[in-house]
Design a protein around this ligand. Structure first.
Ligand SMILES: [Zn+2]
Length: 481
C-alpha cells in the first residue's frame, strides 16, 4: 500500500512547466512560478491592504473586528461588490460578499474563501517594532496578524477582487468571508455565523488557514494542505487533601498529590495511531528528509521495524510526535492562598489534543489507571472541540489546490496534512463543507514560529507569491473553461 500510494503522489508532482494559461482569462503565464499576468500589480495593491489591516488593532480580546470588516467593505465597494456586515456582538461583525455564477445563489458547488479578522494579543514590551505599525524592514512587513491571519485575509481579498475585475464567467459561486473571534472560539466565532447566517455562507468547498508552505534556503520544500485537525479538550486535574497549618506536614497534602499526578501524566506517551492523512504526509516527506530519517519513515508500516521507526520519528521532531498520537500538555497550576497554610485542593489544567476518532473517555481511563490515586480526579472541561470528519483527498478542489501549488512553487511536493492545531474548518466540515487549509506564503520555520509570538512578520516577496497562488487557484477552479 505504501509504494502504491507514493507512486500516485509522485505522479501528481509531475506538472508541466513553462508557458501556460489561466483558463478562461486568456492571460499568459510566462513562468511556472511567476503567477498569472497582472497579479504582480495586484499583489502590490494587496500589500497595501495587508498593511492597513495590521494597523486596525483587532487583538482578541476584545477583538473589535467591526472596524476591519468596514475597511474591507470599503475596498469591495470600490470594486462594485456589495458586502454585507454580519453582526455577532457589540463592536464585532463578520463580513460576507459573493460573486454568483448565475442570477441565483447556489451553494451546491460554491467555493468559500475564509479568513479571520481577529488576532492574538501582543506583549508589546517584547516587540522590537510597533506590533500595529505594519513596519516594513529588511524585506519584511512586521505586525501582529502579518501571517495569522491578515496575510491570508488580504490574499483572499485579492483573489476575489481579481475574479471581479477579470469579468470572467464563473462556473460556481465564490464567497468571501471574514470571520470574528477565531482566536477566542467564543460566542462571536464562526459557530454563531453558522447558526445565524448559514444561508449566506453555505458552500461545497472552502479554503481557510491551517496548512503551510515550508521554505528553506530560498526553495519551497513542500506545501502542506490541511484536510483534518486534532480535537482540543481541556481537562482539570483536581487533588484534594486535608487542609491545616503548614508547620505540621500531612501525608495527604493536595499539592504533593497533584504534583505526583502531573509528573506521571507529563511523562505518559499515548499509543501511536497513524491516520490515512498522516500516512500520506509521511510518504510525501520521506524523500525530502536525510537518508537515515527517510529510511525510518519508509519502515513505518513494516511489521518488524515499524515500532522502532515510530520511536525514531517521534524523537526526531516534536510535531511528528504530536501527529501520530493523542498528546497532553500540562499548562496551568493553582493551589494555596498563603505560604503557611496547606490547601485542601490543588488543580492543574491539561490541554489534550485527540486524534480524530479517539475519545477523551478512553484516554482518561488510561490516565486514571496511571495516576492511581483516590485523592486525584480528572474532570473534562465543557469547552471541548468537536471531532469533524476529514475533508476528502479525492475532490476536484483538492486536485486544483495540488495542481496550482505545484505550478506556483516550481513542482514542489504537495502533501495532505492533519494539523495539531484547531481551526474554523472543523465547524465547516461538520456542516458538510470540504474544507482545506493553507497559509499560502512560503515561510521559513523561523518565521512560522513567530505566529502568536513576538515580532510576527511576513516577507513581502512571500506575501506576493501567496497572492499569486490564490489568484491562480480561484482562476483555475471557479472560472468556466
Ligand atoms: Zn489563525
Amino acid at each position: 500500500m505504501f509504494g502504491a500510494v507514493f507512486a500516485v503522489i509522485a505522479g501528481l508532482f509531475a506538472v508541466p512547466q513553462g508557458v501556460g494559461q489561466v483558463p478562461g482569462l486568456g492571460q499568459p503565464v510566462t513562468q511556472s512560478n511567476s503567477g498569472p499576468a497582472g497579479s504582480g500589480a495586484l499583489a502590490r495593491e494587496a500589500t497595501g491592504w495587508l498593511a492597513d489591516l495590521i494597523k486596525i488593532n483587532t487583538a482578541n480580546p476584545p477583538g473589535n473586528e467591526e472596524a476591519a470588516a468596514k475597511y474591507i467593505a470599503g475596498i469591495l465597494q470600490k470594486e462594485g461588490i456589495t458586502a454585507e456586515l454580519l453582526p455577532v456582538a457589540p463592536g464585532r461583525s463578520a463580513l460576507v460578499a459573493r460573486l454568483n455564477a448565475s442570477s441565483f445563489a447556489d451553494p451546491s458547488k460554491a467555493l468559500l474563501l475564509v479568513a479571520h479578522l481577529d488576532v492574538v494579543v501582543v506583549e508589546r514590551a517584547r516587540w522590537t517594532v510597533d506590533p500595529f505599525g505594519a513596519v516594513p524592514k529588511d524585506g519584511y512587513i512586521y505586525g501582529r496578524g502579518a501571517v495569522d491571519d491578515k496575510g491570508m485575509l488580504a490574499a483572499n481579498l485579492a483573489a476575489f477582487v481579481y475574479l471581479k475585475r477579470s469579468n470572467a464567467r464563473l462556473n460556481r459561486d465564490v464567497i468571501f468571508l471574514a470571520t470574528d473571534d477565531e482566536e477566542g472560539g467564543g460566542d462571536a466565532s464562526i459557530k454563531t455565523l453558522i447558526a445565524k447566517y448559514w444561508n449566506k455562507i453555505a458552500a461545497k468547498y472552502s479554503l481557510n488557514e491551517g496548512g503551510n508552505v515550508l521554505e528553506k534556503g530560498g526553495k519551497v520544500q513542500y506545501v502542506a494542505v490541511q484536510a483534518s485537525e486534532k480535537v482540543p479538550v481541556n481537562v482539570t486535574v483536581v487533588a484534594k487533601g486535608t487542609s491545616g497549618h503548614a508547620s505540621i506536614p500531612m501525608k495527604d497534602n493536595a499539592v504533593t498529590h497533584l504534583a505526583a499526578a502531573v509528573e506521571k501524566i507529563g511523562s505518559y506517551s499515548a499509543p501511536v495511531h497513524l491516520t490515512t492523512i498522516v500516512r500520506r504526509y509521511f510518504e510525501g516527506i520521506a524523500p525530502l528528509e536525510d537518508d537515515e530519517i527517510g529510511k525510518w519513515i519508509r519502515s513505518l508500516d513494516t511489521s518488524d521495524r515499524g515500532e522502532h521507526a515510530m520511536r525514531v520519528i517521534s524523537e526526531a521532531n516534536p510535531l511528528w510526535n504530536a501527529m501520530v498520537r493523542d498528546t497532553i500538555s500540562p499548562t496551568m497550576l493553582s493551589a494555596g492562598v498563603r505560604a503557611n497554610v496547606i490547601p485542601s485542593e490543588a488543580r492543574a489544567t491539561l490541554n489534550v489534543r485527540l486524534l480524530p476518532g479517539d475519545t477523551i473517555t478512553a484516554l482518561l481511563a488510561e490516565l486514571n489507571k496511571l495516576v492511581n490515586d483516590s485523592q486525584v480526579k480528572l474532570e473534562v472541561q465543557p469547552d471541548a472541540g468537536l471531532a469533524a470528519p476529514d475533508s476528502s483527498l479525492e475532490t476536484d478542489f483538492y486536485a486544483a489546490i495540488v495542481k496550482a501549488s505545484a505550478e506556483e512553487f516550481g513542482g514542489a511536493p504537495v502533501l495532505p496534512f492533519q494539523s495539531t492545531w484547531a481551526t474554523d474548518s472543523a465547524q465547516l466540515r461538520l456542516h458538510n463543507v470540504q474544507s482545506y487549509g493553507l497559509v499560502p506564503f512560503p515561510l521559513s520555520e523561523e518565521d512560522l514560529k513567530r505566529m502568536h509570538g513576538d515580532d510576527e512578520r511576513i516577507p513581502a516577496a512571500a506575501f506576493a507569491k501567496g497572492v499569486n497562488l490564490l489568484v491562480r487557484l480561484v482562476g483555475e477552479f471557479a472560472v468556466s473553461h
